[in-house]
Write a protein that binds this ligand. Structure first.
Ligand code: PLP
Length: 477
């Protein structure tokens, strides 16, 4: 994909509405959807394809004009009796179709080649301990000469699980044994495995609004419907959470409650305890994605949800991509046996265990004195970058809540400035960010953007943020 791709097209250059058109026409053509079957609502399809409702409407209108579907007033669209068996007019090829909801919106944006990369919520590689890690590469091959010739235990290397169980017990007040943990290939894999285990097509699941967009894409791929709860600087409206749990009985609630991506908010301790009680009462598994736990500036965050869990209703994901190495792909997953047993089977079916070399390199670095020193320096560097970005962005009339940790600012755009127009203009000036729409499970709130201050160096950060503020002011003139 290039920065020149016209808006409203997919990475393969297809117009967005054609994806919907093709998918619906294929299902009708193959007989999967029969004459007079009711089609999914425009709202549902828009949410599942991750696109605007107008785009879906455009595809439906085109299908209607061609007689493939018909509309009933106030009721929706239906398969037309005349449409039976016709091959879709726009079928690109006879190659087996990929699942209709397969999409990775975030990667599409992050791949755009720009100089001022504010769409990556990851740490600048210059701030990570690359040199030390490479020392440990040599060391682990001396200690374990047969390392390359061995599979890891599917659950994860035993020594590493022991070290991480000790770390979580000290750092997060969670009494854990090595046997309670599974090591996954990043938090991303853990979310995917949990989605495969607990989400069936059309299941209603609870998510925060906004939330980590890649998690939404993973759940969409399983056919999930989203029930959403706003996350604010002081956490969630627990009455609303309880109402949704009681009414819809969601099997899971995916949350990122500590230095939340994208908002930076942290759910306060008393809410954590109450939410775990609600989860237990309504039989809803809390998937606690705690990828930013260590990324605080002044004070450490409250203990994780897992620390309050006595009934086995929390599964905790602790990724180390953000401050040790995204390249090693190490994440510890912890939960009660009734969750971890099927989880381990899913992990084993997916890849038979995380790569052993990565786990050993990580272990030896993580057990060293250097980690603490590295973390202390990293926290200061991130705080400085955040302050630089805030200083420059203050020149335009957007608003945000200054985060106490994490990697992002979540900006509310002033009225009269659209995220789409800003993105188009900023890409021309080589600045990228994440439009908030892709973080919204309902794909409705278009007036927010996420800018990450963690990935580019201080000078570039200042210049890129200055450009962004200038562009916003210009578009508002
Ligand atoms: C909230 C959240 N969860 C999970 C991930 C993925 O992490 P990992 O690199 O461990 O797969 C990210 C990465 O940005 C994230 O922001």
């Amino acid at each position: 994909m290039t920065a020149n791709r016209p808006l409203g097209t997919t990475h393969d250059g297809k117009r967005l509405y054609r994806r919907v058109y093709d998918d619906v026409a294929r299902r009708i053509g193959s007989g999967e959807w029969k004459p007079h079957d009711r089609l999914p609502s425009v709202r549902l399809l828009a949410a599942q394809f991750g696109m605007n409702r107008l785009t879906v409407m455009r595809a439906y209108r085109m299908l209607e004009e061609e007689g493939k579907i018909y509309a009933r007033e106030k009721s929706g669209y239906y398969v037309s009796p005349a449409s039976g068996g016709a091959a879709p007019a726009f079928s690109d090829s006879d190659f087996p179709a990929s699942p209709p909801f397969l999409r990775d919106s975030l990667t599409e944006i992050q791949r755009l080649p720009v100089d001022y990369q504010f769409s990556q919520a990851m740490i600048d590689p210059n701030l990570l301990p690359n040199l030390f890690l490479s020392e440990y590469v040599k060391k682990v091959f001396d200690i374990y000469p047969k390392l390359m010739g061995t599979y890891s235990d599917v659950q994860g290397d035993g020594e590493l699980r022991q070290a991480l169980a000790r770390y979580l017990a000290d750092n997060a007040k969670i009494p854990l044994e090595a046997s309670d943990l599974v090591i996954t290939t990043g938090a991303q894999q853990a979310i995917d495995l949990l989605a495969r285990l607990y989400v069936r097509p059309m299941d209603a699941i609870l998510v925060e609004r906004p939330t980590y967009s890649a998690a939404l894409d993973i759940f969409r791929q399983q056919g999930a419907r989203f029930l959403s709860v706003d996350i604010a600087p002081d956490g969630y409206d627990l009455n609303r959470v309880e109402e949704l749990m009681a009414l819809h009985k969601p099997r899971i609630f995916y949350l990122n409650p500590t230095f939340h991506n994208p908002t930076g908010h942290t759910v306060p301790a008393p809410q954590r305890k109450k939410l775990v009680e609600l989860a237990e009462r309504y039989r809803c598994l809390l998937i606690e994605d705690d990828s930013f736990h260590e990324m605080y500036f002044d004070a450490p965050p409250p203990p994780p949800f897992l620390a309050y869990d006595t009934g086995g209703w929390v599964v905790h994901l602790r990724s180390f991509s953000k401050y040790v190495s995204p390249g090693l792909r190490i994440c510890a997953v912890a939960g009660a046996p009734q969750v971890m047993k099927p989880f381990l089977t899913a992990k084993s079916l997916a890849d038979n265990g995380a790569p052993l070399v990565n786990q050993k390199i990580f272990l030896h670095y993580f057990e060293s004195e250097r980690v603490r020193r590295h973390l202390d320096k990293l926290r200061i560097a991130l705080q400085v970058r955040k302050e630089i970005m805030e200083e420059e962005l203050a020149a335009a009339p957007w608003t945000w809540v200054s985060p106490q940790g994490g990697l992002n600012l979540w900006l509310k755009l002033p009225s009269g400035l659209s995220a789409e127009a800003l993105l188009e203009a900023s890409l021309e000036r080589s600045v990228s960010f994440v439009p908030g729409l892709i973080c919204d499970p309902q794909r409705e709130r278009g007036s927010w953007i996420r800018v990450s201050y963690s990935f580019v160096g201080e000078e570039k950060l200042r210049e890129g943020a200055r450009r962004l503020a200038e562009l916003a002011n210009r578009l508002l003139e």
